[in-house]
Write a protein that binds this ligand. Structure first.
Ligand SMILES: *Cc1c(COP(=O)(O)O)cnc(C)c1O
Length: 459
């Protein structure tokens, strides 16, 4: 059998039609899936056929049976976790990435995707105001972007004390102390486990979850040795930003590597209005963010930014040695991420940035934050509803008189289906948490959510 374009066109037509129908339904459909995973498995409960099935039929089946178990994460009325939708240009580019099927590990083998990713990287550093000399990799998400920053950190702080990690491994190495704020994201701990660095040392935070400078000073002075500090841009519950300048300058006096988890909050840097709240963040050594959240590219895509390219490349490069990089040595895409064979995830990022433009990116961020503020103001008018955070970014955290009532209202909201808001625990109490992360969320969507909360609170 030989492959020609015609063999694909019918199945692509089927996929395109179902995609269009799904996207068109987002503004009006229920947010919740109609069926759970076990029910979907029952609907697909047939044995693997012995013979082939026509490609069109396969995709038709997937779309028809699958739809009942889809969460409308792309809906403007979806406020759960921190998710984000899909910008049209990013989706179109993502389709091409699948069609082109380039294993974008090396510059020589896949020039177009390597070049586009390098341009996306340059644009990103520019709009985020991070050092133009930093290296940028596109791993699968924020988790692996945190891993990328932290593995670079491990390499550097151990090299600084004369330990050859590549040769001797971690066993017997000087202990690395890792300092984290009490409210860091779970994926930081997960990355540290992958790295064999064990449990981090928790540093106290204030009422918005920002790391306390006094507590950080005590922690830094309280012990010694190779040190990594992990800060946060965008607290999951409050959206707050750590006091970067003070924390980073202090940590650098102890020769620490400073990594920033900015999975969604790093994008505040693209907004001239919000940028001052992150003053000093550019002094860090590595930063992690997601493109699939605030930038609204399709899942999945993270962004790992490391200020010291030689460290990053000696970590992930095939030739594991402490490199001295020549000027203009761009490196291969696979030398900047944990993966080797890889999808060109940076291409939809390029498309999103290109389609929005510099001002459009700032407007997107400001719009998300503006809708979060509106949501907070309107929620505060509901009897018994308390907004618990100062709205620093896209997150709104609220609760009712007691945990019982908050949990009850959360359950009613989930069964309301017109919107999706996650329940969570924050500072020892049950809370409801909104994340405004979808580019398509508008004022009407916000008001639908507020009305749903009002209904749930009054029934
Ligand atoms: C989402 C998130 C992560 C993890 O990112 P993934 O894309 O889910 O891997 C890490 N930190 C914060 C603050 C997040 O919001």
């Amino acid at each position: 059998m030989s492959a020609d374009g015609e063999m694909y066109s019918e199945v692509l037509e089927v996929a395109a039609n179902h995609s269009r129908a799904w996207l068109n339904s987002l503004s009006s459909r229920d947010v919740n899936p109609q069926k759970n995973a076990d029910e979907i498995k029952l609907d697909m409960n047939f044995a693997l056929p012995d013979g082939p099935t026509d490609a069109k039929e396969v995709v038709e089946k997937l779309a028809e049976v699958g739809e009942a178990g889809l969460m409308a994460m792309g809906s403007g009325r979806f406020f759960g976790w921190v998710i984000g939708g899909t910008l049209p240009a990013a989706l179109g580019a993502d389709w091409l990435v699948s069609t082109w099927d380039q294993n974008s590990a090396s510059r020589i083998a896949t020039p177009t995707t390597a070049a586009i990713e390098e341009i996306a990287a340059k644009w990103l550093l520019d709009i985020l105001g991070l050092p133009s000399t930093a290296d940028v990799g596109f791993p699968t998400g924020g988790m692996m972007a945190n891993f990328t920053g932290l593995i670079s950190a491990r390499q550097k702080v151990l090299t600084d004390v004369g330990w050859d990690l590549d040769k001797k491994g971690l066993i017997g190495a000087p202990a690395v102390r890792v300092l984290v704020g009490q409210e860091r994201h779970d994926t930081v701990d997960r990355a540290l486990r992958y790295l064999g660095l064990g449990e981090p040392i928790e540093v106290g935070v204030d009422d918005q979850g920002r790391i306390s400078i006094d507590a950080l000073r005590s922690a830094l002075e309280g012990s010694s040795g190779p040190t990594i500090l992990c800060l946060q841009a965008g607290n999951l519950h409050s959206g707050a930003f750590d006091p970067f300048r003070e924390a980073i300058e202090m940590a650098h006096k102890f020769n620490a590597w400073v990594h920033v988890d900015g999975a969604f909050g790093l994008w505040a840097l693209a907004s001239p209005a919000l940028r001052p709240a992150l003053d000093g963040i550019e002094l860090a050594d590595s930063w992690a963010t997601d493109a699939h959240k605030t930038l609204n590219v399709p899942y999945d895509c993270g962004v790992a930014i490391v200020a010291h390219p030689a460290v990053l490349r000696s970590t992930f490069g095939v030739h594991a040695s402490y490199l001295i990089l020549a000027d203009g040595d761009h490196g291969d895409p696979s030398e900047k991420v944990p993966e080797f064979s890889r999808r060109a995830r940076g291409v939809p990022v390029w498309a999103a940035l290109y389609s929005l433009g510099r001002n459009g990116i700032a407007d997107l961020v400001d719009q998300l934050v503006g809708n979060a503020r509106l949501m907070a103001r309107e929620l505060a008018k509901i009897e018994g509803c308390h907004v618990l955070n100062a709205i620093a970014f896209t997150q709104v955290c609220f609760a009712f008189e007691n945990d019982e009532r908050t949990d009850e209202i959360c359950a009613r909201l989930i069964s309301d289906k017109s919107i999706w808001i996650s329940g969570s625990k924050w500072r020892g109490r049950s809370v409801l948490r909104v994340s405004v992360s979808n580019w398509s969320t508008n004022v009407d969507d916000v008001m639908i959510a507020v009305e749903a909360v009002r209904r749930a609170a009054s029934s």
